[in-house]
Ligand binder design. Sequence first.
Ligand code: ADP
Length: 489
Amino acid sequence: MKILFLSSEVVPWSKTGGLADVAGALPQALAALGHEVLVATPHYGSISPEGLEPAGPPLTLRFPFGQETATFHLASPAPGYRVLFVGNPRFFARDGIYGDAFGEFGDNHRRFAFFTMAALSGSQRMNFPAEIVHLNDWQTGLAALALRRGYRGTALEHAKTVFTIHNLAYQGVYPKSAMDDLGLPWDVFVTGGVEFYDQLSFLKAALSYSDALTTVSERYAEEIRTPEAGWGVDGLLRGRSRDLHGILNGVDVEEWNPATDPHLPARFQARDLSGKDVCKRALLAEYGLPAEPAAPLFGIISRMVSQKGFDILLPVVRRLLSEGTGMRLVVLGTGEPRFEGAFQELARSFPDKVAVRIGYDVGLSHRIEAGSDFFFMPSLYEPCGLNQMYSLLYGTLPIVRAVGGLDDTVRDFSEPGGNGVKFAAFNEEALYEATTRALTLYGQPARLGEVRRVGMGADFSWSRSAARYVSLYESLLSASAVPKARKAK
Ligand code: ADP
């Protein structure tokens, strides 16, 4: 099968969150299964030209807002796996992917409409007759509309579209004047099309016009069909229930393997965790905390946004620290200033127990996963979540709320086969109770070791998830093949 995969971020070239991890790993796993995958992504200014080849002459696209030129570069990291970088200095040579220190860029609708159309045209110029066009999040949503409406007589005419929701909260909603700015046909500005409360929604373009919809865990696929977690599109999703599939993300088990991880001061595996103790001591030292490896160490690596549950976490941690539980906390993240400030304030109040790094640091994120005993993820909602899976593989027990992918991957240690700590209600009491249970477990090393080993033995590899995407693609292609075959008779 030939699969064109569109994503606004792709590891290792660009990343703000889990979408980039998926876009970096799933296409490779599909290629390993024998498929040919072309990933298209914007050529951000931060992407180093090293290893990229020019891929054909520039292409000029005309929009009502103006004429823009796309450049194309190609990386070919593995057989069957290529990445097409769509460049335009005005749109992509900036600091930041979606915004900068001043907030979201005001022209994101133009930037991603341009990227999407240039990616579709660029793939055709490369003679890549995709059978499946796999779209990801709102930034790529207009491609579903474009493919439904146009591309007759081209290699993409019969392509089937799959749209994956990585986070339903981000929707790409713009004033309806953007319809004319982008040259979209007004007949699609209807409830069953791109209209959302009298505005243009890129997400709705994808939800209305894609052949199949997926999201990144089974539990999230259920949740987004309810008004509580449906962000205003739950009705549309309920209507498309038959086309909506939950496929749990995998993780890159080569990058996230404590037995081989080059970011760690010592390596370890389930049958011998002594290297994990070395990692813990080194992590305390790296954060400038006193060397007290007997104290339970909690880690956080996160975008600092309210989705991640910091409104309940901050007061609970403060309370537990004041009660003298002996817990230690190391934090890595960037995001909303109010959360960054609150963590820094916590570190000032408990300088021997809490340390915070504001920033984005891949190596440190590996060392936190390896050196911590517990990992906090009390999310309000979580489509899939990756850090709880990394934690499990690194023998670090995740403390999670039973929501989305967290619920699908973590089982409370009080149950048979338990691998972490889980609580249900989104409130301080529930998180406090879960954390005190974790602290009690920490006092029972044999039991703690058993629970750790369950998580370390889990299979979160991409090959499993990739096989599910392949069956979905095949079912779309065979469904469309039937009427054509009948017609031919
Ligand atoms: P989301 O996509 O909502 O941010 P996920 O858990 O799905 O959450 O993915 C987050 C990814 O980003 C993980 O790979 C995580 O390790 C990484 N990450 C988040 N913040 C940082 C940071 N400050 N430094 C390094 N990695 C980070």
